[in-house]
Design a protein around this ligand. Sequence first.
Ligand code: SDX
Length: 442
Amino acid sequence: MATEKSAAPKEVPGKSFTLTDNQTGKSVTLPVLDGTVGPSVIDVRNLYAETGHFTFDPSFTATGSCKSRLTYIDGEEGVLMHRGYTIEELADKSDFLEVAFLLLYGDLPSAAEKKKFEKDITYHTMVHEQLHLFYRGFRRDAHPMAIMCGVVAALSAFYHDSLDIWDPRQREISAHRLIAKIPTLAAMTYKYSLGQPFMYPRNDLSFSENFLYMCFGVPAEPYKVNPILAEAIDKIFILHADHEQNASTSTVRLAGSSQANPFACVASGIACLWGPSHGGANQEVLEMLAQIGSKDRIPEFIARAKNKDDPFRLMGFGHRVYKNFDPRANVLKKYADEVLEELGVDDPLLEIAMELEKIALQDEYFIQRKLFPNVDFYSGIILKAMGFPTSMFTVLFAVARTVGWISQWKEMIEEPNLRIGRPRQLYTGPVQRPYVPIEKRG
Ligand code: SDX
Protein backbone atom coordinates (compact mmCIF):
# COMPACT_ATOMS: atom_id res chain seq x y z
CA MET A 1 0.00 0.00 0.00
CA ALA A 2 1.65 3.17 -1.15
CA THR A 3 1.45 6.35 0.89
CA GLU A 4 1.47 8.66 -2.07
CA LYS A 5 3.95 11.48 -1.67
CA SER A 6 2.70 15.02 -1.71
CA ALA A 7 2.58 16.61 -5.14
CA ALA A 8 4.26 19.99 -4.65
CA PRO A 9 1.81 22.79 -5.50
CA LYS A 10 2.60 24.13 -8.92
CA GLU A 11 3.44 27.80 -9.48
CA VAL A 12 1.12 28.93 -12.26
CA PRO A 13 3.38 30.36 -14.98
CA GLY A 14 2.51 33.96 -15.65
CA LYS A 15 -0.17 33.98 -13.00
CA SER A 16 0.65 36.25 -10.09
CA PHE A 17 -0.63 39.22 -8.12
CA THR A 18 1.21 42.47 -7.81
CA LEU A 19 0.76 44.57 -4.70
CA THR A 20 1.68 48.24 -4.94
CA ASP A 21 2.26 50.52 -1.98
CA ASN A 22 0.26 53.59 -2.97
CA GLN A 23 2.51 55.83 -0.84
CA THR A 24 5.92 54.68 -2.05
CA GLY A 25 4.91 53.22 -5.40
CA LYS A 26 6.95 50.10 -4.49
CA SER A 27 5.44 46.90 -5.91
CA VAL A 28 5.83 43.28 -4.96
CA THR A 29 4.77 40.36 -7.12
CA LEU A 30 3.28 37.33 -5.36
CA PRO A 31 3.18 33.97 -7.17
CA VAL A 32 -0.07 31.98 -7.51
CA LEU A 33 -0.05 28.28 -6.65
CA ASP A 34 -2.52 25.79 -8.12
CA GLY A 35 -3.81 22.65 -6.42
CA THR A 36 -5.58 19.83 -8.27
CA VAL A 37 -9.09 21.31 -7.81
CA GLY A 38 -10.53 24.32 -6.00
CA PRO A 39 -9.31 27.87 -5.48
CA SER A 40 -5.69 28.68 -6.27
CA VAL A 41 -3.67 30.46 -3.57
CA ILE A 42 -1.56 33.58 -3.49
CA ASP A 43 1.78 32.62 -1.94
CA VAL A 44 2.44 35.32 0.70
CA ARG A 45 5.37 33.56 2.38
CA ASN A 46 7.74 36.36 1.32
CA LEU A 47 5.31 39.20 1.96
CA TYR A 48 6.82 40.35 5.27
CA ALA A 49 10.39 40.10 3.99
CA GLU A 50 9.49 42.15 0.91
CA THR A 51 6.99 44.65 2.37
CA GLY A 52 7.40 44.67 6.17
CA HIS A 53 3.66 43.93 6.35
CA PHE A 54 1.73 40.91 7.65
CA THR A 55 -1.56 39.70 6.21
CA PHE A 56 -4.54 40.12 8.56
CA ASP A 57 -7.22 37.39 8.68
CA PRO A 58 -8.18 36.76 12.36
CA SER A 59 -10.63 33.86 11.83
CA PHE A 60 -8.88 32.55 8.73
CA THR A 61 -11.80 33.22 6.36
CA ALA A 62 -9.40 33.59 3.40
CA THR A 63 -6.26 31.80 4.57
CA GLY A 64 -4.87 28.49 3.36
CA SER A 65 -2.87 27.11 6.30
CA CYS A 66 -1.37 24.10 4.51
CA LYS A 67 -1.65 21.91 1.46
CA SER A 68 -3.46 18.63 1.89
CA ARG A 69 -4.53 15.62 -0.15
CA LEU A 70 -7.09 14.25 2.24
CA THR A 71 -10.36 16.16 1.89
CA TYR A 72 -11.80 18.63 -0.55
CA ILE A 73 -14.88 20.77 0.09
CA ASP A 74 -16.64 22.91 -2.50
CA GLY A 75 -18.80 25.12 -0.30
CA GLU A 76 -20.79 26.60 -3.18
CA GLU A 77 -21.63 23.21 -4.74
CA GLY A 78 -22.02 21.26 -1.50
CA VAL A 79 -19.23 18.86 -2.45
CA LEU A 80 -17.28 16.84 0.13
CA MET A 81 -14.68 14.33 -1.10
CA HIS A 82 -12.12 12.21 0.74
CA ARG A 83 -9.14 11.41 -1.50
CA GLY A 84 -11.43 12.00 -4.51
CA TYR A 85 -14.35 9.84 -3.41
CA THR A 86 -17.62 11.72 -2.67
CA ILE A 87 -19.08 11.51 0.83
CA GLU A 88 -22.36 10.28 -0.65
CA GLU A 89 -20.65 7.26 -2.25
CA LEU A 90 -18.54 6.52 0.81
CA ALA A 91 -21.56 6.74 3.14
CA ASP A 92 -23.54 4.50 0.82
CA LYS A 93 -20.92 1.91 -0.16
CA SER A 94 -18.10 1.96 2.38
CA ASP A 95 -17.71 1.38 6.11
CA PHE A 96 -15.92 3.48 8.70
CA LEU A 97 -12.68 1.51 8.93
CA GLU A 98 -12.41 1.46 5.14
CA VAL A 99 -12.76 5.27 5.13
CA ALA A 100 -10.16 5.42 7.91
CA PHE A 101 -7.76 3.41 5.73
CA LEU A 102 -8.51 5.70 2.77
CA LEU A 103 -7.74 8.83 4.79
CA LEU A 104 -4.62 7.35 6.40
CA TYR A 105 -3.03 5.72 3.36
CA GLY A 106 -4.47 7.47 0.30
CA ASP A 107 -6.67 4.87 -1.38
CA LEU A 108 -9.37 2.29 -0.72
CA PRO A 109 -7.85 -0.94 0.65
CA SER A 110 -7.73 -4.22 -1.23
CA ALA A 111 -9.63 -7.05 0.45
CA ALA A 112 -6.39 -8.29 2.02
CA GLU A 113 -5.37 -4.81 3.15
CA LYS A 114 -8.80 -4.22 4.66
CA LYS A 115 -8.68 -7.52 6.57
CA LYS A 116 -5.23 -6.71 7.95
CA PHE A 117 -6.21 -3.14 8.89
CA GLU A 118 -9.32 -4.35 10.71
CA LYS A 119 -7.17 -6.84 12.65
CA ASP A 120 -4.55 -4.18 13.44
CA ILE A 121 -7.22 -1.88 14.84
CA THR A 122 -9.08 -4.64 16.66
CA TYR A 123 -5.93 -5.73 18.48
CA HIS A 124 -5.34 -2.22 19.81
CA THR A 125 -8.82 -1.66 21.29
CA MET A 126 -7.91 -2.54 24.88
CA VAL A 127 -6.48 0.19 27.12
CA HIS A 128 -3.92 -0.17 29.91
CA GLU A 129 -5.61 -1.25 33.15
CA GLN A 130 -4.12 1.76 34.96
CA LEU A 131 -6.19 4.02 32.69
CA HIS A 132 -9.32 2.64 34.34
CA LEU A 133 -8.15 4.31 37.54
CA PHE A 134 -8.11 7.75 35.89
CA TYR A 135 -11.90 7.67 35.74
CA ARG A 136 -12.20 7.25 39.50
CA GLY A 137 -10.96 10.82 39.99
CA PHE A 138 -13.86 12.35 38.03
CA ARG A 139 -17.32 13.08 39.40
CA ARG A 140 -19.93 10.76 37.88
CA ASP A 141 -21.69 13.84 36.44
CA ALA A 142 -18.54 15.26 34.82
CA HIS A 143 -19.17 16.24 31.20
CA PRO A 144 -17.95 13.33 29.07
CA MET A 145 -15.84 15.68 26.93
CA ALA A 146 -14.02 16.87 30.07
CA ILE A 147 -13.13 13.25 30.81
CA MET A 148 -12.09 12.59 27.22
CA CYS A 149 -9.74 15.60 27.21
CA GLY A 150 -8.01 14.08 30.23
CA VAL A 151 -7.84 10.40 29.42
CA VAL A 152 -6.81 10.86 25.77
CA ALA A 153 -3.90 13.11 26.73
CA ALA A 154 -3.00 10.51 29.38
CA LEU A 155 -2.47 7.89 26.64
CA SER A 156 0.93 9.50 26.00
CA ALA A 157 1.92 8.41 29.53
CA PHE A 158 1.43 4.75 28.59
CA TYR A 159 2.77 4.31 25.08
CA HIS A 160 6.39 5.46 25.28
CA ASP A 161 7.22 2.93 22.54
CA SER A 162 5.36 4.92 19.87
CA LEU A 163 6.09 8.55 20.63
CA ASP A 164 8.97 9.07 18.19
CA ILE A 165 7.17 11.08 15.54
CA TRP A 166 10.09 10.72 13.11
CA ASP A 167 9.80 6.91 13.05
CA PRO A 168 7.18 5.94 10.40
CA ARG A 169 6.35 2.69 12.15
CA GLN A 170 5.84 4.45 15.50
CA ARG A 171 3.65 7.03 13.76
CA GLU A 172 1.55 4.22 12.32
CA ILE A 173 1.24 2.39 15.65
CA SER A 174 0.17 5.61 17.39
CA ALA A 175 -2.40 6.23 14.67
CA HIS A 176 -3.77 2.70 15.07
CA ARG A 177 -3.78 3.02 18.86
CA LEU A 178 -5.73 6.30 18.76
CA ILE A 179 -8.31 5.04 16.24
CA ALA A 180 -8.74 1.83 18.25
CA LYS A 181 -8.63 3.11 21.82
CA ILE A 182 -10.67 6.29 21.65
CA PRO A 183 -13.92 4.34 21.13
CA THR A 184 -13.01 2.22 24.17
CA LEU A 185 -12.31 5.34 26.25
CA ALA A 186 -15.53 6.93 24.96
CA ALA A 187 -17.60 3.89 25.97
CA MET A 188 -15.86 3.84 29.37
CA THR A 189 -16.76 7.52 29.78
CA TYR A 190 -20.42 6.70 29.11
CA LYS A 191 -20.39 3.70 31.48
CA TYR A 192 -18.75 5.79 34.19
CA SER A 193 -21.54 8.37 33.98
CA LEU A 194 -24.07 5.57 34.49
CA GLY A 195 -22.23 3.98 37.41
CA GLN A 196 -22.04 0.77 35.36
CA PRO A 197 -18.93 -1.41 35.00
CA PHE A 198 -16.66 -0.89 32.00
CA MET A 199 -17.11 -3.44 29.21
CA TYR A 200 -13.93 -4.83 27.70
CA PRO A 201 -13.73 -4.69 23.90
CA ARG A 202 -14.52 -7.87 21.96
CA ASN A 203 -12.31 -8.97 19.08
CA ASP A 204 -15.12 -10.86 17.36
CA LEU A 205 -17.10 -7.67 16.67
CA SER A 206 -16.66 -5.00 14.00
CA PHE A 207 -15.54 -1.49 14.96
CA SER A 208 -19.08 -0.12 15.25
CA GLU A 209 -20.60 -3.29 16.73
CA ASN A 210 -17.86 -3.30 19.37
CA PHE A 211 -18.52 0.34 20.22
CA LEU A 212 -22.23 -0.31 20.77
CA TYR A 213 -21.41 -3.43 22.79
CA MET A 214 -19.05 -1.48 25.07
CA CYS A 215 -21.67 1.27 25.50
CA PHE A 216 -24.87 -0.73 25.95
CA GLY A 217 -23.73 -4.21 27.05
CA VAL A 218 -23.60 -5.25 30.72
CA PRO A 219 -21.63 -8.12 32.31
CA ALA A 220 -24.84 -9.59 33.74
CA GLU A 221 -26.17 -10.86 30.42
CA PRO A 222 -25.24 -11.38 26.77
CA TYR A 223 -25.77 -8.33 24.54
CA LYS A 224 -26.81 -8.77 20.93
CA VAL A 225 -25.85 -5.79 18.79
CA ASN A 226 -28.78 -4.50 16.73
CA PRO A 227 -27.51 -4.47 13.12
CA ILE A 228 -29.64 -1.41 12.35
CA LEU A 229 -27.90 0.53 15.11
CA ALA A 230 -24.47 -0.77 14.07
CA GLU A 231 -25.02 0.38 10.51
CA ALA A 232 -26.41 3.74 11.66
CA ILE A 233 -23.48 4.54 13.95
CA ASP A 234 -21.02 3.39 11.28
CA LYS A 235 -22.55 5.81 8.77
CA ILE A 236 -22.52 8.62 11.33
CA PHE A 237 -18.83 7.93 11.94
CA ILE A 238 -18.14 8.06 8.17
CA LEU A 239 -19.92 11.42 7.85
CA HIS A 240 -17.88 12.92 10.70
CA ALA A 241 -14.47 11.45 9.82
CA ASP A 242 -12.67 14.44 8.32
CA HIS A 243 -13.49 17.90 7.08
CA GLU A 244 -10.51 19.85 5.71
CA GLN A 245 -8.91 22.41 8.06
CA ASN A 246 -11.80 22.93 10.51
CA ALA A 247 -11.08 24.43 13.92
CA SER A 248 -10.23 21.20 15.73
CA THR A 249 -8.12 19.82 12.87
CA SER A 250 -6.23 23.11 12.67
CA THR A 251 -5.66 22.80 16.43
CA VAL A 252 -4.21 19.31 16.00
CA ARG A 253 -1.95 20.50 13.18
CA LEU A 254 -0.70 23.49 15.16
CA ALA A 255 0.00 21.31 18.21
CA GLY A 256 1.73 18.78 15.95
CA SER A 257 3.88 21.50 14.36
CA SER A 258 5.67 21.88 17.73
CA GLN A 259 6.50 18.14 17.49
CA ALA A 260 4.17 17.29 20.40
CA ASN A 261 3.26 13.61 20.48
CA PRO A 262 0.12 12.48 18.58
CA PHE A 263 -1.84 11.58 21.72
CA ALA A 264 -1.40 15.11 23.11
CA CYS A 265 -2.26 16.60 19.69
CA VAL A 266 -5.51 14.62 19.43
CA ALA A 267 -6.39 15.64 23.00
CA SER A 268 -6.04 19.28 21.90
CA GLY A 269 -8.42 18.55 19.02
CA ILE A 270 -10.96 17.10 21.47
CA ALA A 271 -10.77 20.26 23.57
CA CYS A 272 -11.44 22.45 20.53
CA LEU A 273 -14.23 20.23 19.17
CA TRP A 274 -16.12 20.61 22.47
CA GLY A 275 -17.03 24.23 21.68
CA PRO A 276 -20.74 24.85 20.87
CA SER A 277 -19.77 26.59 17.62
CA HIS A 278 -18.05 23.40 16.47
CA GLY A 279 -18.62 19.82 17.54
CA GLY A 280 -20.55 20.80 20.63
CA ALA A 281 -23.39 21.97 18.36
CA ASN A 282 -24.93 18.49 18.07
CA GLN A 283 -25.68 18.49 21.80
CA GLU A 284 -26.94 22.08 21.61
CA VAL A 285 -29.28 21.20 18.72
CA LEU A 286 -31.18 18.59 20.77
CA GLU A 287 -31.34 20.94 23.75
CA MET A 288 -32.62 23.70 21.45
CA LEU A 289 -35.29 21.44 19.90
CA ALA A 290 -36.39 20.37 23.39
CA GLN A 291 -36.50 24.07 24.42
CA ILE A 292 -38.68 24.88 21.38
CA GLY A 293 -40.90 22.01 22.46
CA SER A 294 -43.58 22.33 19.79
CA LYS A 295 -43.99 23.48 16.20
CA ASP A 296 -46.09 26.47 17.16
CA ARG A 297 -43.16 27.98 19.10
CA ILE A 298 -40.81 27.83 16.08
CA PRO A 299 -41.56 31.43 14.94
CA GLU A 300 -40.59 32.71 18.41
CA PHE A 301 -37.17 31.06 18.19
CA ILE A 302 -36.61 32.09 14.59
CA ALA A 303 -37.23 35.67 15.69
CA ARG A 304 -34.74 35.25 18.55
CA ALA A 305 -32.10 33.85 16.15
CA LYS A 306 -32.49 36.98 14.00
CA ASN A 307 -32.37 39.39 16.94
CA LYS A 308 -28.87 40.83 17.25
CA ASP A 309 -29.53 41.66 20.90
CA ASP A 310 -30.30 38.03 21.64
CA PRO A 311 -27.28 35.67 21.84
CA PHE A 312 -29.52 32.78 20.74
CA ARG A 313 -28.55 31.15 17.45
CA LEU A 314 -30.22 28.31 15.59
CA MET A 315 -27.83 25.54 16.55
CA GLY A 316 -27.08 23.15 13.71
CA PHE A 317 -27.55 25.96 11.17
CA GLY A 318 -24.87 27.74 9.17
CA HIS A 319 -21.38 26.84 8.13
CA ARG A 320 -18.19 28.73 7.39
CA VAL A 321 -17.60 26.87 4.13
CA TYR A 322 -20.89 25.39 2.87
CA LYS A 323 -22.98 28.14 1.32
CA ASN A 324 -25.76 26.08 -0.26
CA PHE A 325 -26.07 22.87 1.69
CA ASP A 326 -23.97 20.52 3.83
CA PRO A 327 -23.97 17.20 1.94
CA ARG A 328 -23.59 15.36 5.24
CA ALA A 329 -26.80 16.87 6.56
CA ASN A 330 -28.63 15.66 3.46
CA VAL A 331 -27.42 12.09 4.05
CA LEU A 332 -28.25 12.27 7.75
CA LYS A 333 -31.73 13.75 7.14
CA LYS A 334 -32.61 10.82 4.84
CA TYR A 335 -31.10 8.43 7.33
CA ALA A 336 -32.83 9.91 10.39
CA ASP A 337 -36.19 9.06 8.88
CA GLU A 338 -35.12 5.48 8.07
CA VAL A 339 -33.47 4.77 11.42
CA LEU A 340 -36.34 6.16 13.51
CA GLU A 341 -38.84 4.17 11.47
CA GLU A 342 -36.77 0.97 11.68
CA LEU A 343 -36.39 1.48 15.43
CA GLY A 344 -40.07 2.25 15.78
CA VAL A 345 -39.16 5.56 17.43
CA ASP A 346 -41.62 8.39 16.98
CA ASP A 347 -39.61 11.38 18.19
CA PRO A 348 -41.55 14.65 18.10
CA LEU A 349 -38.21 16.47 17.98
CA LEU A 350 -37.73 15.15 14.44
CA GLU A 351 -41.00 16.75 13.40
CA ILE A 352 -39.93 20.02 15.03
CA ALA A 353 -36.52 19.81 13.32
CA MET A 354 -38.01 19.28 9.86
CA GLU A 355 -40.56 22.07 10.38
CA LEU A 356 -37.82 24.37 11.69
CA GLU A 357 -35.70 23.65 8.62
CA LYS A 358 -38.65 24.30 6.30
CA ILE A 359 -39.53 27.63 7.93
CA ALA A 360 -35.91 28.83 8.24
CA LEU A 361 -35.12 28.05 4.61
CA GLN A 362 -38.04 30.25 3.53
CA ASP A 363 -36.92 33.15 5.72
CA GLU A 364 -35.00 35.98 4.03
CA TYR A 365 -32.60 36.30 7.00
CA PHE A 366 -31.38 32.73 6.55
CA ILE A 367 -31.53 32.78 2.76
CA GLN A 368 -29.49 35.98 2.54
CA ARG A 369 -26.87 34.62 4.96
CA LYS A 370 -26.94 31.18 3.34
CA LEU A 371 -27.78 29.47 6.62
CA PHE A 372 -29.17 25.93 6.41
CA PRO A 373 -28.76 22.70 8.39
CA ASN A 374 -25.22 21.48 8.87
CA VAL A 375 -23.96 18.04 9.89
CA ASP A 376 -24.96 18.61 13.52
CA PHE A 377 -28.61 19.33 12.84
CA TYR A 378 -29.83 15.78 12.26
CA SER A 379 -27.09 13.66 13.81
CA GLY A 380 -28.36 14.22 17.36
CA ILE A 381 -31.84 13.00 16.52
CA ILE A 382 -30.44 9.67 15.32
CA LEU A 383 -28.07 9.38 18.29
CA LYS A 384 -30.94 10.10 20.71
CA ALA A 385 -33.05 7.41 19.02
CA MET A 386 -30.13 5.01 19.49
CA GLY A 387 -30.20 5.65 23.23
CA PHE A 388 -27.25 8.02 23.69
CA PRO A 389 -27.66 10.98 26.09
CA THR A 390 -27.05 14.42 24.53
CA SER A 391 -23.91 14.81 26.66
CA MET A 392 -22.31 11.96 24.68
CA PHE A 393 -23.01 13.41 21.22
CA THR A 394 -19.77 15.39 20.90
CA VAL A 395 -17.82 12.41 22.23
CA LEU A 396 -19.18 10.37 19.32
CA PHE A 397 -18.15 13.17 16.97
CA ALA A 398 -14.62 12.93 18.48
CA VAL A 399 -14.55 9.14 18.00
CA ALA A 400 -15.11 9.67 14.28
CA ARG A 401 -12.97 12.78 13.86
CA THR A 402 -9.97 11.06 15.46
CA VAL A 403 -9.47 9.40 12.08
CA GLY A 404 -9.32 12.79 10.35
CA TRP A 405 -7.18 14.38 13.04
CA ILE A 406 -4.54 11.63 13.02
CA SER A 407 -4.55 11.38 9.21
CA GLN A 408 -4.02 15.13 8.89
CA TRP A 409 -1.31 15.00 11.61
CA LYS A 410 0.43 12.11 9.78
CA GLU A 411 0.27 14.00 6.47
CA MET A 412 1.82 17.09 8.10
CA ILE A 413 4.65 15.13 9.80
CA GLU A 414 5.40 13.31 6.52
CA GLU A 415 5.84 16.62 4.71
CA PRO A 416 9.52 17.62 4.39
CA ASN A 417 10.80 20.56 6.47
CA LEU A 418 8.16 20.60 9.22
CA ARG A 419 8.19 24.06 10.82
CA ILE A 420 6.40 25.23 13.94
CA GLY A 421 3.24 27.24 13.21
CA ARG A 422 3.67 30.74 14.61
CA PRO A 423 1.12 33.38 13.45
CA ARG A 424 1.87 37.08 13.94
CA GLN A 425 -0.61 39.86 14.90
CA LEU A 426 -1.69 43.47 14.56
CA TYR A 427 -0.57 45.00 17.87
CA THR A 428 -3.04 47.58 19.25
CA GLY A 429 -1.81 47.83 22.83
CA PRO A 430 0.06 50.68 24.59
CA VAL A 431 3.36 51.88 23.16
CA GLN A 432 6.40 51.73 25.52
CA ARG A 433 5.88 53.61 28.79
CA PRO A 434 7.90 53.96 32.07
CA TYR A 435 7.16 51.70 35.06
CA VAL A 436 5.05 53.41 37.78
CA PRO A 437 5.92 52.50 41.39
CA ILE A 438 2.87 51.32 43.34
CA GLU A 439 2.96 54.33 45.70
CA LYS A 440 2.53 56.61 42.68
CA ARG A 441 -0.38 54.78 41.14
CA GLY A 442 -3.91 56.19 41.32
C1 SDX B 1 -19.17 22.03 12.65
O1 SDX B 1 -15.52 23.97 9.98
C2 SDX B 1 -16.06 22.82 9.87
O2 SDX B 1 -15.86 22.11 8.89
C3 SDX B 1 -16.90 22.41 11.06
C4 SDX B 1 -17.64 21.09 10.90
C5 SDX B 1 -16.70 19.93 10.79
O3 SDX B 1 -17.12 18.89 10.26
O4 SDX B 1 -15.57 20.02 11.36
O5 SDX B 1 -18.47 21.12 9.75
C6 SDX B 1 -18.51 20.81 12.13
O6 SDX B 1 -18.61 22.69 13.49
C7 SDX B 1 -20.48 22.47 12.03
C8 SDX B 1 -20.98 23.83 12.62
C9 SDX B 1 -21.67 23.52 13.95
N1 SDX B 1 -22.03 24.83 14.63
C10 SDX B 1 -23.29 25.22 14.74
O7 SDX B 1 -24.25 24.66 14.21
C11 SDX B 1 -23.45 26.46 15.63
C12 SDX B 1 -24.40 27.46 14.94
N2 SDX B 1 -23.73 28.01 13.76
C13 SDX B 1 -22.92 29.17 13.91
O8 SDX B 1 -22.45 29.53 15.14
C14 SDX B 1 -22.14 29.58 12.69
O9 SDX B 1 -22.96 29.42 11.62
C15 SDX B 1 -20.82 28.89 12.44
C16 SDX B 1 -19.93 28.94 13.63
C17 SDX B 1 -21.06 27.47 12.06
C18 SDX B 1 -20.15 29.61 11.26
O10 SDX B 1 -19.81 30.87 11.73
P1 SDX B 1 -19.21 31.96 10.72
O11 SDX B 1 -18.83 31.38 9.42
O12 SDX B 1 -18.16 32.71 11.48
O13 SDX B 1 -20.45 32.85 10.43
P2 SDX B 1 -20.81 34.16 11.24
O14 SDX B 1 -20.85 33.85 12.70
O15 SDX B 1 -19.92 35.24 10.77
O16 SDX B 1 -22.32 34.44 10.78
C19 SDX B 1 -22.58 35.14 9.58
C20 SDX B 1 -23.96 35.76 9.80
C21 SDX B 1 -24.05 36.58 11.08
O17 SDX B 1 -25.08 37.53 10.89
P3 SDX B 1 -24.69 39.06 10.46
O18 SDX B 1 -23.70 39.56 11.53
O19 SDX B 1 -24.05 38.93 9.10
O20 SDX B 1 -25.99 39.82 10.48
O21 SDX B 1 -24.93 34.71 9.96
C22 SDX B 1 -25.47 34.78 11.28
C23 SDX B 1 -24.53 35.60 12.12
O22 SDX B 1 -25.22 36.25 13.17
N3 SDX B 1 -25.54 33.39 11.74
C24 SDX B 1 -26.57 32.86 12.40
C25 SDX B 1 -26.22 31.53 12.60
N4 SDX B 1 -25.01 31.28 12.08
C26 SDX B 1 -24.60 32.44 11.55
N5 SDX B 1 -27.74 33.40 12.83
C27 SDX B 1 -28.56 32.55 13.48
N6 SDX B 1 -28.32 31.24 13.72
C28 SDX B 1 -27.15 30.70 13.28
N7 SDX B 1 -26.90 29.43 13.50
